[in-house]
Design a protein around this ligand. Structure first.
Ligand code: ATP
Length: 391
């Protein structure tokens, strides 16, 4: 396996029976993970998530079945070599206490025989990548770091040799909620850049929904009850077990998953400040909402004006008095955040801006509601098609 972008992983009929155990920890598991995808294994304690993950890097050997990584059978790859191509992050980082941060990160590159200059450049690059100032952190010992910092170093270490695959076993499980959310955000950012194939174990539903491209919801014996995107799982849980596991609030969760830039936006009457006020007035009248948005010449939202103020105005739209449009949201804002913004302004819409704050549309309560309904019906159709095809 060469470094770099993710490769697919395929589990075929994988079973693991631990010696002396009554039932298999993993039974006849089939799972396909696409290249560059983050797949979350989600399920209750003891259902077999960790065992499944540890078979991918051969820390645990399957009793039967095949695991293909980038098309090659893991069984045919020397375990040490295999593990150098697979970054592994565990809860509480598992850093070596007697080694500095740099020493910990440099482990695999040194094993690979990189020269010391290349190693130290890589260490600094990775520290910066995970948000730690290299000069401050490279020579520290793990005990001098907070839990969140240790976990960042753990991620840097796993990425050291640029492996195509990352296994993350409850990586943020020991962190407080704020640091946990922060590291989840960082992981999403990193993944956008690196496109590794990531297998991520958690039993936290919100974490799974946030970081997963797809989620495998498991029961005992690693039996997969549903394997689908977060939106599909929320819109259409496969059965009562999944529904219970999600614990309700599916629509609320869809709000926190969906980005404003991905939904159909509303349009409010709008014009740039050099437009004739009468034109904007005509637009506002036709719209009937009672207000319009004036943009500056770069099309950035500037102020709200009422239809009444526009009526009879003779000059340009920019000369009409109004309230400054202070609350704006970007396309990467979640619907949940957009709702908060809506609740915190006196207006019933919030303008959405794109690059360079250019006006792109607006969000209202109605827009949010329609978006959630659209997601649900889209997922329903997808499901129907899927079942139709499979019949
Ligand atoms: N080394 C082992 N020897 C014997 N049994 C084991 C071993 N490792 C795991 N098991 C058993 O296999 C089953 C699955 O364990 P596993 O750790 O994979 O579950 P998990 O879903 O990751 O749980 P958790 O969320 O608590 O980590 C459990 O019944 C566990 O007791």
């Amino acid at each position: 396996m060469n470094g770099g972008k993710g490769v697919p992983i395929e589990l075929r009929g994988v079973t693991k029976v631990f010696p002396g155990a009554g039932e298999p920890a993993v039974q006849d598991l089939d799972l396909t993970i696409e290249a560059g995808e983050t797949v979350v294994l989600l399920g209750p304690s003891g259902c077999g998530k960790t065992t499944t993950m540890r078979m991918i890097n051969r820390l645990t050997e399957p009793t039967s079945g095949d695991i293909l990584i980038g098309g090659r059978n893991a069984r045919d790859i020397d375990p040490d070599r295999l593990r150098r191509g697979i970054g592994y992050v565990i809860q509480q980082a598992g850093l070596f206490p007697h080694m500095t941060v740099a020493g910990n990160i440099a482990q695999v590159p040194r094993l690979l025989g990189w020269d010391s200059r290349r190693v130290s450049e890589r260490v600094d690059e990775l520290l910066a990548l995970v948000g730690l100032e290299p000069a401050t952190f490279r020579d520290r010992y793990p005990r001098k770091l907070s839990g969140g910092q240790q976990q960042r170093v753990g991620v840097a270490r796993a990425l050291a040799a640029d492996p195509p695959v990352l296994l993350m076993d409850e990586p943020f499980g020991a962190l407080d909620p704020i640091n946990r959310a922060r590291l989840q955000d960082e992981l999403l950012r990193l993944q956008e850049e690196l496109a590794k194939t990531i297998v991520f174990v958690t039993h936290d539903v919100d974490e799974a929904l946030k970081v997963g491209d797809r989620i495998a919801i498991m029961q005992r014996g690693s039996r997969v009850v549903q394997y689908a995107s977060p939106a599909e799982i929320l819109a259409h849980p496969a059965d009562d077990y999944v529904e219970q596991y999600l614990g309700g609030g599916s629509s609320m969760r869809l709000l926190s998953l969906t980005k404003v830039g991905d939904i159909g936006l509303d349009q409010v009457p709008h014009a740039t400040e050099d437009t004739d006020a009468r034109d904007l007035h005509a637009q506002a009248e036709a719209d009937g909402r009672g207000y319009a948005l004036v943009l500056d010449r770069q099309r950035r939202p500037r102020r709200w004006v009422t239809t009444a103020a526009l009526a009879g105005a003779e000059g340009t739209a920019g000369e009409v008095e109004g309230e400054p449009a202070e609350v704006l949201i970007g396309g990467r804002t979640t619907l949940q955040e957009a709702l908060e913004a809506l609740l915190n302004t006196d207006n019933d819409v919030v303008p959405v801006v794109g690059r360079r704050q250019v006006y792109a549309g607006a969000v209202s309560l109605g827009t949010v509601q329609q978006a959630i309904q659209a997601i649900k019906s889209r997922e329903r159709d997808r499901r129907r098609r899927h079942h139709g095809d499979g019949a």
